[in-house]
Design a protein around this ligand. Structure first.
Ligand code: COA
Length: 333
């Protein structure tokens, strides 16, 4: 396989902040309840006409800028969105036009919810590895706040909006930035997190018993149990596959779903706090965007030094999960 280089990474979050205290205006809850169970203090949400498309556009521009590639150099776009503002044209097609990436360049979305970035990276790796495409733009963008049931205090406390983007390309120095990667799914437990699209049958036939609401429905307890029982061991396996020992890897950059889930992975790897990147306190769960947001912000805040290695891991609706051990070159963000 041809080696892959991670050339640039960017992120964007909306400006509007909703704190836990703000949520007490919607239902009975408290900052103490939310923070002690999730590690979240506040989240960002889109407002007015702003959508995940705007966030994805901004993140993609930053990733392109850092990568040194121009829109005309991109020969494939993959977007990972749990619930994009429009089903079609896809986020990728819309961004192709907005960014000035040449038409005819293939552009498609994949749905793997909060694992979307790792899934997209695996697909991009296959394309680059096989020599099908050379330079791929990956965008993970979601406006979860638009599909959240704001009357459900069990789920609406968790989610926030944001976008992350990565430019990956065929490596010019023979070094592969993906040391190992694994993606998995188990549809038999898919009902743990659902978003059922509003729909109706042809008016001339019998109607379905249930019509979707388009809002997130989640069994939080089951998702929690799934995450802590599946992800830590999976991350460890992915590290073993990379040929590295967990202590040799510089950082754990996990999907930001719940601070206690992050700690369960941290404990398994026996990592000290300085090796674990967590910013869930300020952003909540931004789906597939959470890993690139944590990564770039970690660099901006001096928590991550580039020229290092990291293990990334994601999990979410599907149920899906995935992990990757990657090289973080200097200058990528
Ligand atoms: N504020 C105050 N009370 C709340 C509340 C809130 N925001 N949300 C729920 N409660 C109440 C419930 O009504 C319940 O009350 P009851 O016992 O009187 O019925 C009680 O708190 C316990 O609710 P429960 O849902 O069992 O809480 P929990 O300890 O499982 O915590 C989550 C809920 C959502 C924080 C937790 O399950 C979780 O984080 N799960 C993982 C979800 C996740 O990460 N999803 C995304 C994956 S990508």
């Amino acid at each position: 396989m041809k080696p892959l280089k991670i050339a640039g990474i960017g992120y964007c979050v909306p400006e509007t902040v909703i704190t836990n205290d703000d949520l007490t205006k919607l239902y009975e809850t408290s900052d103490e309840w939310i923070f002690s169970r999730t590690g979240i203090k506040e989240r960002r949400v889109v407002s007015g006409n702003e959508t995940a498309i705007d966030l994805g556009y901004d993140a993609a521009k930053k990733a392109l800028d850092k990568s040194g590639f121009k829109p005309e150099d991109i020969d494939c776009i993959i977007s990972a969105a749990s619930a994009p503002p429009q089903l079609y044209p896809t986020l990728s097609c819309t961004l192709q036009a907005k960014l000035g990436i040449p038409n005819q360049v293939p552009a498609f979305d994949l749905t793997a919810a909060c694992t979307g970035l790792i899934y997209a990276l695996q697909v991009a790796r296959g394309f680059i590895g096989a020599g099908i495409y050379k330079t791929i733009l990956i965008v993970a963008a979601d406006n979860n706040s638009k599909i959240t049931n704001w009357e459900d205090r069990g789920t609406s406390i968790l989610f926030g909006d944001g976008a992350g983007a990565m430019v990956v390309t065929e490596s010019d120095d023979g070094i592969d930035d993906i040391l190992s990667i694994n993606i998995s799914a188990d549809g038999s437990i898919g009902q743990m997190i659902q978003t059922n699209m509003p729909s109706q049958c042809c008016p001339l036939v019998e109607q379905a018993d249930e019509v979707g609401t388009g809002k997130i429905i989640m069994n939080g307890k089951d998702v929690y149990k799934f995450a802590v029982s599946t992800v830590p061991a999976y991350v460890e396996e992915c590290i073993q596959k990379s040929g590295m020992k967990s202590e040799e890897i510089d950082y754990l950059i996990p999907h930001q779903a719940n601070q206690r889930i992050i700690e369960s992975i941290q404990n398994r790897l026996k990592y000290t706090d300085d090796k674990v990147i967590s910013n869930i306190k300020y952003y909540g769960n931004t789906s597939a965007a959470s890993i690139p947001i944590a990564l770039v912000e970690g660099v901006e805040q001096g928590k991550i030094k580039l020229g290092s290695t990291a293990v990334l891991c994601g999990f979410g609706a599907g149920m899906t999960w995935g992990a990757a051990v990657v090289r973080l070159r200097k200058g990528i963000c």
